[in-house]
Design a protein around this ligand. Structure first.
Ligand code: 1PR
Length: 575
């Protein structure tokens, strides 16, 4: 990689900034971290990847005495790139943190996406069926040619994850270099003079995001006008997109690759895969493994990198034996994450073992401590399984209130709802008559019946990787965990896992209907068509698969090609 010179990163020790450093390093840049206000003044190119909430970002800038130096830098004419909160903090204030003053470089206020109670189409807002956070790969509508988007980037999708947005008018005339719409139009890229900022995360936007960062680093003046031929090419591209070329734009459905990770009997960390959660080979294994051995489908980092190259929109690791002992020590997933984030530039989620625990030496860790280590190692989101079930039970027991101490609340408060995924492991419980259970039942839409001819079922939450059922159904869980601050739900199915018969649409639709956050369908994918089918039937924002990808039976590219034939709503980022 040719050297790209030096870039200074403004970090204050919260959240996942390692990904940005890794992306810049992969491009050949030398990264310098701000450690004092003088480092800001001395920078020649500064990137501010604001993390956490608006209030946390401003408090950290104030506490470190960075605000005067940052204001001076922003007025200096030297290139500045803000990312996400790094964009929002340029404004006067935010609905996210009432009473906290922003940098005020722009006069407006940051608003919350709120689609509850808004009549469709009223005030230019149409939030029908839209979830919050706005999470995933969305297009940009470029206002004018810019060196940042050189190389055809105006036609690409970028990765967004945010619940708050800058209204287009707040940026002032010409302030929005690009806009995007999620129910309401908002500023996707801001520019005034040398001050530029993206609402999306270029460091998580795959090859397109890396190309944008490269443009920021290499353009002689990234805020100026591009050369005439490039300006002409961008204008033509934007005109063609507005005239209906491409897939029509908008938020794409995400395709997620999932890697269940554990140690095999030889002590090696492997990607494995169960049939209805049983990850050991049968007595007479079809694939040639040893009878009773943990199925070994590959090495975690290599498989994740392969799926990134193939076009995965997101990669999830689940430490599936985390209910044992000391999760951080048992399975060295910190090292897996750190290595993966040097090669994979899409969002990484990690789950398994995120809970309060005490290790053999008597050292206690809170769920927040465990999560913090994962974020610092390169995770963008963490997922909670068993602990979320316990938190939901406590929420109901306390009269539908949280006391602030659950893992969901503590992690969501510091890192934001978008960083907290709940991984649900439900199993179907058949009943002859809905009156036989206090739980919400349904009658399977495909006409399936139970072993004794039962016509109704409910979906029971389990803990410890499905080993223990609880007196809580999935809809109850979904309601409780989103009230506590979870920002996304991953809906597995113990019945459909590894069966390749397609997703359980009834289960997934019931969860989707209960919440306003994004939902990921999981378990049962056996063919490319299953993805489009679950999007159509349930309206979920993402679909995850494991076995078919690991065994090479269906490629991510094939899934995307099949989904794209179904039109814009099913499109995903290009591989
Ligand atoms: O309870 O917070 O420590 O988290 C434990 C995590 O480990 C949970 O997210 C739980 O789902 C996961 N887990 C535990 N045991 C297993 C197992 O398989 N024995 N894996 C397990 C869950 C289901 C999905 C799978 C999809 C798609 N596996 O992860 O990837 O079903 O598979 P398919 O496409 O092959 O059908 P905590």
């Amino acid at each position: 990689v040719a050297p790209l010179g030096e870039v200074t990163l403004l970090d204050y020790g919260a959240g996942n900034v390692r990904s940005l450093e890794n992306a810049l390093t992969a491009l050949g840049a030398t990264v310098r971290w701000v450690q004092s206000p003088d480092d800001i003044s001395d920078a020649s190119r500064l990137i501010f990847p604001g993390v956490g909430s608006f209030g946390v970002a401003m408090a950290n800038l104030e506490a470190r005495g960075y605000v005067p130096a940052l204001r001076a830098y922003l007025a200096s004419g030297k290139p500045f790139l803000g990312i996400c909160i790094g964009l929002q903090s340029l404004f006067e204030g935010s609905d996210e943190s009432p009473g906290v003053a922003g940098l005020g470089v722009f006069p407006g206020r940051v608003r919350k996406f709120d689609f509850s109670g808004i009549p469709a189409g009223g005030d230019g807002v149409d939030g029908r069926g839209l979830s919050v956070p706005h999470m995933g790969w969305n297009t940009v509508d470029l206002d004018r040619p810019s060196p940042l988007f050189a190389g055809g980037l105006a036609a690409e999708r970028f990765y967004y994850v945010h619940s708050f947005y800058v209204p287009v008018e707040a940026a002032g005339p010409g302030g929005a270099l690009a806009t995007t719409t999620h129910g309401t139009p908002f500023v996707a890229v801001l520019q005034r003079g040398s001050v530029m900022a993206t609402q999306f995360h270029p460091e998580k936007s795959g090859p397109a995001g890396l190309a944008l960062l490269r443009n920021f680093l290499t353009a002689p003046d990234p805020s100026g006008a591009p050369p005439a031929d490039e300006a002409q090419a961008q204008s033509s591209l934007v005109a063609a997109l507005r005239a209906g070329a491409g897939d029509g734009g908008g938020l794409a459905k995400r395709i997620v690759a999932c890697l269940d990770v554990r140690e095999n009997d030889a002590g090696d960390l492997v990607v494995t895969k169960g049939d209805q959660y049983d990850v050991r080979e049968a007595a007479d294994p079809a694939g040639g493994g040893a009878p009773g051995a943990v199925r070994n489908l590959g090495k975690p980092v290599d498989l994740a990198a392969r799926y990134y190259t193939a076009g995965a929109d997101e990669v999830t690791f689940l430490n599936i034996t985390s209910f044992r002992g000391a999760p951080l020590a048992d399975a060295p997933l910190l090292a897996v994450l750190a290595a993966t984030s040097t090669r994979v530039f899409v969002p990484l989620c990690i789950g398994g073992g995120i809970r309060d625990y005490t290790d053999a030496e008597g050292v206690s860790y809170s769920a927040l401590d465990v999560a913090a280590r994962y974020f610092r190692a390169g995770a963008d989101k963490i997922s909670l399984g068993s602990d979320a079930v316990y938190a939901a039970e406590a929420w109901y027991a306390a009269g539908r209130v949280g006391d602030g101490s659950s893992s969901i609340e503590t992690i969501s408060n510091v890192y934001g709802a978008q960083a907290v995924v709940i991984s649900i492991d439900p199993r179907r419980v058949w009943v002859a008559d809905p009156a036989d259970t206090p739980h919400a039942t349904l009658s399977p839409s495909n006409g399936a019946t139970g072993p004794a001819g039962e016509t109704h079922c409910w979906y029971q939450c389990t803990v410890k990787g499905g080993r223990e059922g609880r007196d809580l159904d999935v809809v109850q869980l979904a309601v409780a965990v989103t009230a506590l601050g979870a920002g996304e739900l991953l809906v597995n199915s113990m019945d459909a896992d590894g069966q390749k018969g397609g997703y359980d649409h009834d289960l997934i639709a019931s969860v989707r209907a209960a919440v306003g956050v994004p939902v990921i369908a999981s378990s049962g994918a056996g063919a490319a068509e299953h993805f489009g089918a679950v999007f159509d039937a349930t309206g979920v924002e993402a679909a995850l698969a494991a076995g078919i990808f690991h065994r090479g039976e269906v490629g991510i590219g094939e899934v995307k090609a099949t989904s794209q034939e179904k039109g814009p709503a099913s499109c995903s980022r290009a591989a």
